[in-house]
Design a protein around this ligand. Structure first.
Ligand code: SF4
Length: 290
C-alpha cells in the first residue's frame, strides 16, 4: 500500500517558511496515495515560478519547463501516451499570463490534464510584481500607483471555454484540496483547480487569516448544483466577505482531444510500431534523444 513517504523527494525546499505551496505539495501526495497512483504513473509538468519547483520536492516523474508552457508540454505527453496520468502545477502568472492561450485551448480541446494553479495573486519568484489575478489598485514594484488592469476570473474563463471540471481549492484546507485533486484525476477530461495559495512574503494582504475567515465549501451549501453551468458561472463571480471553494462545475463527460485524434485510434503513440520510419531515421532519432 502506498504512503506519502513513497513520494518523498530528496531535495531541500527553498520555499519560504509558511508558504502555501507546502499545503499543495502535501495535498498532491495525499491524493495520489488515496487514489493508489504510484510515482511512475503520474507525470507532473511545471512552468516557472516558486511553486513550479514542486517536482524537485517529490519522487515523481516531473518536467520543469519554460514559462507558460506547462500545458503545451502536458498536451504533448497526453498525445504520446494517453494512458499516462498528467498534471500541470504552476502559478497564476505562468498559467494566466504567459500561458493564457494554452489554458483556453486545453480547456476547449478537453485534453485530459489536471491543471492545478497555485494562485497567490502575485509574482512571488521575481519579488512581488502584480499578476493577472491581482486586484485593481494593487500596489507593487511594477504598479507603484496601483494596478489599472481588471483581474482575470479563471473559473469563469474555464467554464466559458468549455471545461467540464472547474474547481477552486485552498492550500489551508489540505484534505479538501486532496479530495478535489482526486476528483479531478478521475474526471475524464480537462480539469482546472485554481488554488488559493498564500504568499506570506510578497502578498500579505491574502494570508491565511484573510482566507480562513472567508472560505466556505460549496458542497456544504444547501441547494448548490455543480451540474448547472449557468449557475456555476454566476457563482464564480462571488468574491468578498464569502469566498467559495469546491467544485463549481462538473459537466457531462465529453470526448477528450486525444480520443479523437485520428492518428491515435490504434492506441497511444508509444505503443505503435515505428514502421513508417527507415532504420537510419530511427537511429538518427535515438542519437538526438540520447
Ligand atoms: Fe512562497 Fe511567496 Fe516565498 Fe514564493 S515568495 S516561496 S510564493 S511565500
Amino acid at each position: 500500500m502506498l504512503t506519502r513517504k513513497d513520494f518523498a523527494g530528496r531535495e531541500r525546499s527553498t520555499w519560504c517558511r509558511g508558504c502555501g505551496n507546502f499545503g499543495i505539495l502535501n495535498a498532491i501526495k495525499l491524493a495520489l496515495v488515496e487514489h493508489d497512483i504510484p510515482p511512475h504513473e503520474i507525470f507532473i509538468v511545471t512552468g516557472i515560478g516558486c511553486g513550479s519547483k514542486l517536482p524537485h520536492y517529490m519522487k515523481v516523474t516531473g518536467y520543469h519547463t519554460l514559462h507558460g508552457r506547462a500545458l503545451a508540454i502536458a498536451t504533448g505527453a497526453r498525445l504520446a501516451n494517453h494512458r499516462l496520468r498528467v498534471m500541470t502545477v504552476h502559478g497564476d502568472g505562468d498559467a494566466y499570463a504567459e500561458g493564457m492561450a494554452h489554458f483556453i485551448h486545453a480547456a476547449r480541446r478537453n485534453v485530459r490534464i489536471v491543471d492545478l494553479v497555485q494562485d497567490n495573486r502575485i509574482y512571488g519568484l521575481t519579488r512581488g510584481q502584480y499578476s493577472p489575478t491581482s486586484e485593481r489598485g494593487k500596489r507593487t514594484p511594477t504598479s507603484p500607483e496601483g494596478a489599472i488592469d481588471r483581474p482575470v476570473n479563471p473559473l469563469a474563463l474555464a467554464i466559458t471555454a468549455g471545461a467540464t471540471f472547474v474547481a477552486r481549492g485552498y492550500s489551508g484546507e489540505l484534505k479538501h484540496l486532496a479530495w478535489l485533486i482526486g476528483e479531478a484525476l478521475e474526471h475524464p477530461g480537462y480539469g482546472l483547480i485554481d488554488t488559493l495559495q498564500p504568499c506570506v512574503t510578497w502578498n500579505r494582504s491574502y494570508a491565511y487569516d484573510f482566507y480562513n475567515k472567508r472560505v466556505y465549501k460549496l458542497e456544504e451549501e444547501p441547494g448548490y448544483d455543480p451540474t448547472d453551468r449557468a449557475g456555476a458561472w454566476e457563482k464564480t463571480q462571488e468574491w468578498g466577505e464569502r469566498i467559495p471553494i469546491g467544485i463549481f462545475y462538473r459537466g457531462e463527460p465529453a470526448p477528450t482531444y486525444e480520443e479523437q485524434v485520428p492518428a491515435l485510434r490504434a492506441g497511444p503513440l508509444v505503443e505503435q510500431p515505428l514502421e513508417r520510419l527507415r532504420p537510419d531515421q530511427i537511429e538518427k532519432l535515438r542519437a538526438e534523444i540520447a
